[in-house]
Design a protein around this ligand. Structure first.
Ligand code: PLP
Length: 386
């Protein structure tokens, strides 16, 4: 069966160039990047070149990039590295669990956390950020792009408020980096998390931008790797892969690949909005170009995901980690959706490898599958018979 992958917000396929860049570091170039002999120096050079590439993608200095095991660790390092007992933290209700659950843990350690609500489009009001500030506020952590809806938060406006208040600002840019131009200076953030596998790099590697002068407590203790900010022998193949993926993402943005993704996304949305009682979650907000989150009333998103998978089309109900769970999406609930409507939603997320022909296939398959599932839905039957 032909398989089409439209779940690139869960993970992206590693690009062939990325794989080729990584390959030598599984073989002849195996040195420990901390060793002073030839083998170590070779891999040290590769790690530092990758750091330059990541820095170029984020608009920072190479010395401000800390490699981690992924987006989750980068978010955790930013949050636990800055805030602790007695501090106040501001975040939003639509963050990824890498941020939300880190904040919950902080609360259990004696930190106070304000969870800002969002409007119907999924956006935080920068005015709410200002109003939530307290003398004890240490950290604001608001994501750049939402992983379920693709909605972009007004991070530049938040950055301005933060600059006046002199608190630290972390932004989770895991779903934004490589999809939209990202520049830590114009955002005015102190910390930014990214993840390799969301931008056609490998899984299990990420990075945290840490603005020069930021006092960050490490989470791991050991050797003096990553300028004592993250102990542990570097994952050289992973880091090299992330560096190559960052280069390719930057080149892709320069070539207008984001426009191509947006055109495919818009075509999907236009076609699927022809389906009765459907809507785009996050409509009207600025969004990354590769995510379409659509609601088809009176059906279960899970059932639609499974039915489409049986036909070879991979989409999801939202965050990968919550797939399989019955709870409705916390993001859609926070945007004011009822539990039924949140459960009736699916996420279609595009990557560099997707083609117009695959889009045609999806927009042929989804309407007929929705119609078939609705025929089996007592809720739909009751709604259409009234
Ligand atoms: N933050 C966001 C917005 C994400 O979408 C994800 C992954 O889905 C993460 C953080 C966690 O990244 P990783 O899978 O690299 O730990």
């Amino acid at each position: 069966m032909r398989r089409v992958y439209f779940d690139n917000s869960a993970t992206t396929p590693v690009l062939p160039e990325v794989f080729e860049a990584m390959r030598p570091y599984f073989g002849e170039q195996f040195g420990n990047a901390s060793s002073i002999h030839h083998h170590g120096q070779e891999t040290r050079g590769a790690v530092e070149r990758a750091r330059e590439s990541v820095a170029a993608l984020l608009g920072c200095r190479a010395s401000e990039v800390v490699f981690t095991s992924g987006g989750t660790e980068a978010d955790n390092l930013a949050i636990f590295g800055i805030a602790g007992e007695g501090d106040h933290v501001i975040t939003s209700t639509v963050e990824h669990h890498a941020v939300l659950n880190a904040c919950k843990e902080l609360e259990s350690e004696g930190c106070e956390v304000t969870y800002l609500s969002v409007d119907g489009r999924g956006c935080v009001d920068p005015g709410d950020v200002r109003r939530a500030l307290r003398p004890s506020t240490k950290l604001i952590t608001i994501m750049m792009a939402n992983n379920e809806t693709g909605v972009l938060q007004p991070v530049e406006e938040i950055g301005k408020i933060v600059a006046e208040a002199e608190v630290y600002f972390h932004t989770d840019a895991v779903q934004a980096a490589g999809k939209v131009p990202v520049d830590v200076k114009s955002i005015g953030c102190d910390l930014m998390a990214i993840s390799g596998h969301k931008l056609h790099g490998p899984q299990g590697v990420g990075a945290l931008y840490v603005r020069k002068g930021t006092e960050l407590h490490p989470m791991l203790y050991g050797g003096r790797h990553e300028r004592s900010r993250r102990a542990g022998t570097e994952n050289v193949p992973g880091i090299v892969g992330l560096g190559e993926a960052a280069e390719l993402a930057r080149a892709g943005l320069a070539k207008g690949e984001d426009q191509k993704l947006a055109a495919m996304r818009d075509r999907i949305e236009r076609a699927l909005l022809q389906i009765e009682c459907s809507a785009v979650n996050g409509d009207g907000a600025a969004r990354v170009p590769n995510i379409a989150n659509l609601r088809f009333d009176a059906l279960e998103g899970e059932a639609l995901v499974i039915a489409l998978d049986l036909k070879g089309l991979a989409v999801s109900t939202g965050a990968a980690c919550s797939s399989g769970a019955i709870e409705p999406s916390h993001v859609l609930l926070a945007m004011g959706a009822t539990a039924d409507r949140a459960r009736a939603s699916i996420r279609i997320s595009l990557g560099k490898q997707n083609t117009d022909e695959e889009v045609d296939l999806a927009i042929g398959l989804i309407p007929e599958t929705v119609a078939r599932l609705r025929e089996l839905s007592p809720v739909w039957k009751a709604a259409v018979s009234t």
